[in-house]
Design a protein around this ligand. Structure first.
Ligand code: ATP
Ligand code: MG
Length: 511
């Protein structure tokens, strides 16, 4: 009698073998093998551009032209569309959401696979079923609302509901928490535990180490389109995981070298922002603080705190719908429009690169130079060589990975899109940089490069206002911190004073 290896006793739900994929001349996946078992959370890890999203799009029927084979339950299959993949029991929550903005929540959940009654779409049945699903997820979302009116977080959770509606056995989540707040993340993790208990296989893609440590049963790693290995999570502690991902040792820490703060760069006195027009309550109300040259000032707060609106208000995104006073380098800051803000030395990296940060159909060069065209032109004439040089320089600083600088930004991996959004603002050589979630979707190695860059920039006298939902990042990078709750400033801490508990208490208005 022969002894079977433990692994061969369990047969995988999904078996990918020898997967290869090229886009034109660029080979992005090479001979990738991956097994997905029922009842497990498999984390798929790898640097920006390693091929994670591409691999799962092959499983999900989005890319149909590839090498290798897919087996589900031992049967070779070849999904030719997301609907076919869904019929095979595979649901994917894409990194770029795939909801139809103009349809309602209920219609999106049953899109392509409607509930029918006597041959007709059962609208009432769909709405009731959608409501049950959302309840199950503990979500307070109106099923009749149009998706375009939802926040990104609500859209992401609606995607989860859509996957559930399809009774999927394999559920792939590509960076699902990038726009979720802490309670929403808890909801999602609770749900993942339920799905696991029901025997579903979950593939989970993330760059957040805390998430990996919390939910991974097994981890598979891709590097440069190749499969490096897979191991039980317990056998792959963070340092080893990072080594597999980047192929060398990387310290994961925050290299903040605080310098001497210089002169006052920005000063706010009773500053308010009416994002929704003067008739409504201001979303930022009577805020006063200052930030100096060379300083990183963290702006803490939960969702709805007004921190992002504070940035938008300063940048003129809501026109002149602001009150109180703002000074930049001791001169009144003129707040009227983003163009005006850029001319005065402000730059604003928004937290939603798709909607407000990038023009996806345009090239890397066009995007990286978009905010700086006046300086890159002569008497109104564009100077392409200058634009190319600028994009090349920014790309190098940020370790951008792309086949070419002419590539459409929409075709870049998520993390590399984020780098282009950052490049666009660095290119304007700002005096005050407003960063809202700068490391969203950025891999662990590249995060360190961005922290280092923030150090270099502040050492040269730039002032930074920083929003990040990752508390360790906020605490480690900020020289000082202010905290907002419902638009009002509730606390100010030096770096030495700030602790997670104090910041959270202030963020909840309990300071
Ligand atoms: N439609 C496409 N056309 C051309 N190149 C593409 C296309 N889609 C992806 N790529 C390229 O394939 C490579 C892998 O991208 P992919 O999105 O799979 O990376 P990823 O591992 O998901 O990265 P991230 O962590 O940044 O999301 C990248 O170099 C990307 O630019
Ligand atoms: Mg991706």
């Amino acid at each position: 009698m022969t002894l079977l290896a433990a692994d061969s006793l369990r047969s995988p739900l999904v078996r990918l073998r020898g997967i290869g994929k090229r886009f034109g001349p660029v080979q992005v996946l090479r001979g990738v093998d991956l097994d997905i078992f029922g009842g497990e959370v498999l984390v798929l890890a790898g640097e920006n551009g390693a091929g994670k999203s591409t691999l799962i799009k092959i499983l999900g029927g989005v890319h149909t032209d590839f090498d290798g084979t897919i087996e589900i339950d031992g049967q070779v299959v070849r999904p030719r569309s997301p609907l076919e993949a869904a019929a095979l029991g595979v649901a994917i929550i894409f990194q770029e959401l795939s909801l139809v903005p103009t349809l309602t929540v209920a219609d999106n959940i049953f899109l392509g696979r409607p509930l029918t009654r006597r041959g007709f779409v059962d609208d009432a049945g769909q709405r009731a079923a959608a409501r049950r699903l959302l309840d199950q997820l503990g979500l307070d979302i109106d099923v009749d609302q149009r998706v375009e009116d939802l926040s990104i977080a609500q859209q992401q959770l609606t995607e989860v509901a859509k996957a559930l509606a399809r009774d999927a056995r394999v559920i792939v989540m590509d960076e699902p928490t990038s726009a979720l707040n802490a309670p929403e993340v808890e909801k999602l993790f609770g749900l993942i535990a339920d799905l696991k208990a029901r025997g579903c296989g979950i593939v989970y893609i993330t760059h957040k180490m805390e998430e990996i440590e919390r939910i991974a049963d097994r981890i598979a790693v891709l590097r440069d389109g190749e499969h490096v290995g897979a191991a039980p999570a317990a056998e792959l502690p963070p340092a080893k995981l990072v080594n597999w991902m980047v192929g060398r040792e990387v310290e994961h820490q925050f290299p903040r070298h605080a310098g001497q703060p210089g002169a006052e760069r920005l000063r706010l006195d009773g500053f308010s922002v009416w994002r929704n027009g003067r008739g409504n309550r201001p979303t930022v109300e009577g805020v006063s603080f200052s930030v100096h040259a060379g300083e990183i000032l963290g702006v803490g707060g939960l969702q709805g705190s007004g921190a992002s609106d504070l940035f938008g208000g300063l940048f003129g995104a809501y026109g002149a719908q602001v009150g109180g006073q703002a000074w930049l380098d001791s001169r009144p800051l003129a707040i009227a429009s983003p163009r005006r803000a850029i001319d005065q030395g402000l730059a604003w990296l928004t937290n939603d690169r798709k909607a407000t940060g990038l023009v996806l159909p345009l090239s890397i060069i066009a995007n990286a130079t978009l905010a700086d065209l006046p300086r890159l032109s002569t008497a109104g004439w564009r100077r392409p060589p200058l634009e190319i040089a600028a994009a090349r320089e920014q790309g190098a600083t940020l370790a951008l990975r792309a086949a070419s600088l002419d590539m459409e930004v929409g075709l870049l991996s998520g993390g590399n899109q984020q780098k282009v959004a950052l490049a666009k603002w660095l290119q304007t050589r700002p005096r005050l940089l407003l960063l809202d979630e700068p490391t969203r979707g950025i891999d662990i190695g590249a995060k360190r490069e961005i922290y280092q860059l923030m150090n270099d920039l502040t050492a040269r006298g730039l002032a930074i206002l920083l929003i990040t939902s990752e508390l360790p990042e906020l605490l480690a990078l900020s020289d000082r911190l202010v905290v907002l709750h419902r638009g009002r400033l509730t606390a100010e801490f030096s770096r030495a004073e700030a602790t997670p508990e104090k910041v959270l208490a202030a963020a909840m208005g309990r300071a």
